[in-house]
Design a protein around this ligand. Structure first.
Ligand code: AMP
Ligand code: TRP
Length: 294
């Protein structure tokens, strides 16, 4: 049977982008695949972490998986550092990865900017560790958001290079599963930046732990534009397109239908409807149960 592997880093709050771009799709995939869902704490330490916070965040992401509908009886859930294969295989695969391939990784360039010399070897080699996560289980499919596409292409290239070198089909080439209208949710403050855990302003994202008031307030304050009608023009109206995409992903309605419904209404009515949907669908209340320490 085909096998799924995917993961989220335990660094800060899970947000609507993580949910719609990744975790919600995992819940469906459990019915047709053998699934392994990892909390990738070894990826988290590619940038400095406080040990106690990392332990707590690892618990919280695990709880979030379950709260969002990952069934531990059906799927395997575990922290990456509990299985030494990930780090070991990462070394072996690293010995089959030309530096030129890693130099192409845009996420490393975006994260480090002009300060690449100060970044750790771990951050640079991060995509090799991700390849090891996937190939170590001979996973065939990897459901992720759009931002991970290039890392997955690298994992396929590494698997191909390894197979050719040893002249056998040792690793299957993993297929990315990047599905739905929400593969790239953008910040609520700037429609050209992706919604992320590391963005300073909490108003830029809907956290899965946000209560109804916070969700309502954040959508109300979300950046939009001054045009009187609502149209889907992703090249020109970034913020509006993002809100339409979120509405589409939450409601299951097409963008055309949404524009038809709200086109001639004002933004405040659209944002109110969007907040109501999010309050209904974001599994926050189940997450409000505090995750107890040791
Ligand atoms: P991370 O938070 O970087 O560990 O990402 C975990 C998963 O969430 C990956 O599959 C990402 O592609 C996905 N993801 C993260 N941010 C977004 C976003 N803004 N929109 C859609 N998917 C996202
Ligand atoms: N790099 C991914 C992210 O930041 C997380 C991740 C690590 C992952 N290993 C993986 C995703 C393996 C899918 C498969 O989003």
């Amino acid at each position: 049977m085909n096998r799924i592997f995917s993961g989220v880093q335990p660094t800060g709050n899970l947000h609507l982008g993580n949910y719609l771009g990744a975790i919600r799709n995992w819940v469906e995939l459990q019915h047709s695949y053998n699934c392994i869902f990892c909390v990738v704490d070894l990826h988290a330490i590619t940038v400095p972490q406080k040990p106690e916070e990392l332990v707590q965040a690892t618990r919280e992401v695990t709880a979030a998986y379950i709260a969002c509908g990952i069934d531990p009886k059906k799927s395997i859930i575990f922290p990456q550092s509990a299985v030494s294969i990930h780090a070991e295989l990462s070394w072996i695969l690293g010995c089959h990865t030309p530096l030129g391939w890693l130099n192409r990784m845009t996420q490393f360039k975006e994260k480090t900017g002009k300060h690449a010399d100060k970044a750790s070897l771990g951050l640079y080699g991060y995509p090799v560790l991700m390849a090891a996560d996937i190939l170590g289980y001979r996973a065939t499919h990897v459901p992720v958001g759009e931002d991970q596409k290039q890392h997955l292409e690298l994992a396929r290239d590494i698997a191909g290079a390894f197979n050719r070198f040893y002249n056998q089909d040792y690793f299957p080439l993993p297929e990315p599963l990047i599905q739905g209208p929400a593969t790239r949710i953008m910040s609520l403050r700037d429609g050209t930046k992706k919604m992320s855990k590391s963005e300073e302003s909490d108003y830029s994202r809907i956290n899965l732990t946000d209560n109804a008031e916070a969700i309502e307030l954040k959508f109300r304050k979300a950046k939009s534009d001054a045009l009187p009608t609502i149209t889907y023009e992703p090249e020109k109206r970034h913020e509006t397109a993002n809100l339409i995409n979120i509405y589409a992903a939450l409601s299951g309605n097409s963008r055309e239908k949404i524009v038809e419904e709200f086109g001639d209404k004002n933004f405040s009515a659209f944002k109110k409807a969007l907040a109501e949907l999010a309050i209904f669908f974001v599994p926050s209340r189940r997450l409000m149960i505090r995750v107890a320490g040791p």
